[in-house]
Design a protein around this ligand. Structure first.
Ligand code: ADP
Length: 573
């Protein structure tokens, strides 16, 4: 049965019961009322008239016959019992005779008539009272019966109706919760043919479809998982996966083989614990804690000895960040470590470094002898030179100097790349570094009419540095400043102390460096595109390495079109 019908029937039945109860009550009260009013009007009034007439018969009042007459008239109109009319008729004739005769025998007859009428009415009252009592009993009975009926029906409705509606809803709510918790085998079983029955049928269909969908999706997901696992497994480069607690969740065969551990000692284990005993795992996970960027590449390739040879791997750590369904905030769910085998490139790099080192080393001696020969030629003793020959010698000298610089830079670079740089960190006065560097660039500055303004307080403490390399860096900065400055301009060289550091600042008013190149000018062989002047692009890269190797820094501030400021930061002695 439908819920609406159930509710209509329940409430309607209660309404009918209320109407029935009030009908039974009012009918019975009405019956009782008519019974008692009949006694009052029909019989009690007759008794009253008779009693007044009896009194008038005994009375000496002058108006006694008038009163008697009035009462008799009223009695004649109130005839209700069988024989009462005849008795009243007799009373009327006896009264008429008495008004003329006034004899005592007629008075006796009148008295007898009155008693007869009173008797008749008294009997009637007794009879009618019994009838009224029976009516009252009946009323009590019917009201009790209909009241009990109403109570029973209302009680049954009270017990059944709410649970009839609420129980299926509760069961359905429970089942919906189960479905939400991915328990798709849940079903509801209402034994109802109404709306709840239909609802249960629809719910069960939905749950069944969800179950089928889930099962088919699960199979698909398993297939996809297998596919990805096989893909990772077949990758030539080692791959490791970590969850957010740094537990190793997967590692392909290559990764397992280079780790030197067994699969069961690796998978499922926490990388932090493994790192305590395995240097390689330590180098893999070192950068994960506290990292901020999406992918962090290790600056230097990791050297790993595996399969009886030395291999080089470049590590890339990827943060796996997802936005869970229905949420807005991203959550880190783990990391993937990719190791790219760069052994072949590394070997080529070694070969290149060796080649450059050998070539530049071999170049140095002939260039030095060219210089020597030039100096001899310049000497008047070897013979006089005309003006043209002198200018040719000058330009050969400049080119030889440039060549020597380039081979020097290349040699320095190869030393840095092969890790053969020797530093001797000793206290050195800033003045001496400044004057050596200024001496080296003096002629270049003069050629371009560039003024070198020096600001070095005499009380400035020395620096703890390799004097030769620091002078080289400052010379390189000054050479660049002169090279990229306009003729007849100023270059400022300032030395100052900032806390426990000494800053050597070189500022020029040249062309400046565009923002997009500022991060790259310290890269090896990088030159700002369109830079017309000759150069190797190695000077700043070497300078940076020299500075960092000494525990210092090199910084750049620049504004395109206005100039550049390079700052060397060194430890005070
Ligand atoms: P290079 O031998 O080309 O000077 P560097 O490593 O010394 O090599 O400099 C790299 C590049 O940075 C230069 O090619 C030049 O474009 C730019 N650069 C360096 N110093 C300055 C400067 N003071 N003003 C403008 N550009 C500069």
């Amino acid at each position: 049965m439908k819920i609406k019908t159930k509710l209509t029937l329940g409430v309607g039945l209660l309404f009918v019961l209320i109407v029935l109860l009030s009908l039974v009550g009012s009918l019975n009260i009405h019956a009782l009322k008519s019974d008692t009013s009949e006694i009052l009007t029909a019989n009690y009034n007759s008794l009253q008239y008779c009693r007044t007439m009896l009194d008038m018969l005994e009375s000496d009042d002058v108006h006694r016959f008038d009163t008697f007459e009035a009462q008799l008239n009223m009695q004649e109109k109130n005839i209700t019992e069988a024989g009462e009319a005849e008795a009243t008729q007799a009373l009327r004739s006896h009264f008429q005779r008495y008004t003329t005769t006034k004899d005592s025998a007629t008075a006796v007859r009148i008295r007898q008539d009155l008693f007869h009428i009173m008797d008749m009415n008294l009997h009637a009252i007794e009879r009618k009272s019994k009838v009224a009592a029976v009516t009252a009993d009946k009323a009590v009975f019917w009201i009790a019966v209909s009241g009990t009926l109403c109570f029973v029906i209302a009680f049954v409705l009270l017990i059944n109706l709410p649970s009839n509606i609420a129980d299926p809803i509760a069961e359905l709510t429970d089942s919906i919760r189960q479905i939400a918790a991915e328990n798709y085998s849940e079903r509801v079983n209402f034994e109802s043919h109404g709306e709840f029955g239909q609802l249960a049928a629809s719910f069960n269909t939905m749950a069944q479809k969800l179950e089928e969908y889930n099962n088919s999706n699960l199979a698909k997901l398993m297939m996809e998982k297998k596919r990805i696992e096989t893909l990772i497994e077949n990758m030539h480069d080692p791959v490791l996966g970590l969850d957010e607690q740094l537990n190793l969740i997967f590692a392909n065969e290559k990764a397992i083989s280079i780790s030197g551990l067994r699969k069961e000692d690796l998978i499922g284990k926490n990388a932090r614990n493994l790192a305590l005993h395995n240097d390689l795992i330590r180098s893999f996970v070192r950068d994960i804690a506290g990292e901020e960027e999406n992918a962090v590449s290790a600056p230097e390739p990791i050297k790993i000895f595996s399969e009886n040879k030395e291999s080089y791997f470049e590590k890339e750590t990827l943060r796996i960040v997802i936005t869970p369904t229905g949420e807005r905030i991203q959550r880190l769910v783990g990391h993937v470590i990719l190791l790219r085998n760069v052994t072949a490139y590394k070997e080529l790099d070694f070969a290149k470094t060796n080649f450059i080192a050998t070539v530049s080393h071999e170049f140095k001696t002939p260039i030095a002898s060219i210089r020597m020969s030039l100096q001899l030629l310049e000497n008047e003793q070897t013979g006089p030179l005309n003006k043209e020959q002198k200018s040719l010698l000058e330009s050969i000298g400049e080119d030889t100097g440039r060549l020597l610089n380039i081979t020097g830079e290349l040699l320095d670079m190869t030393q840095l790349e092969s890790g053969h740089m020797h530093l001797s960190l000793l206290p050195a006065p800033v003045n001496s570094i400044l004057s050596k560097a200024l001496n080296a660039v003096k002629i270049q500055a003069e050629q371009k009419q560039i003024r070198l303004n020096i600001d070095c307080p005499p009380e400035l403490p020395g620096v703890l540095a390799d004097e030769e390399k620091t002078t080289w860096v400052l010379t390189n900065l000054l050479t660049n400043a002169i090279r990229y400055s306009y003729e007849n301009s100023d270059i400022h060289i300032k030395a100052m102390q900032v806390e426990d550091k000494i800053h050597l600042v070189v500022s020029d008013h040249g062309q400046g460096i565009a923002p997009q190149y500022r991060d790259r000018i310290f890269d090896r062989y990088f030159r700002v595109p369109g830079a017309k002047k000759e150069g190797t692009g190695l000077g700043l890269a070497i300078s940076k390495e020299f500075m960092e190797a000494q525990g210092g820094q090199i910084r750049l501030e620049s504004e395109l079109g206005k100039g550049s400021t390079f700052t060397m930061v060194l430890n005070a002695a």
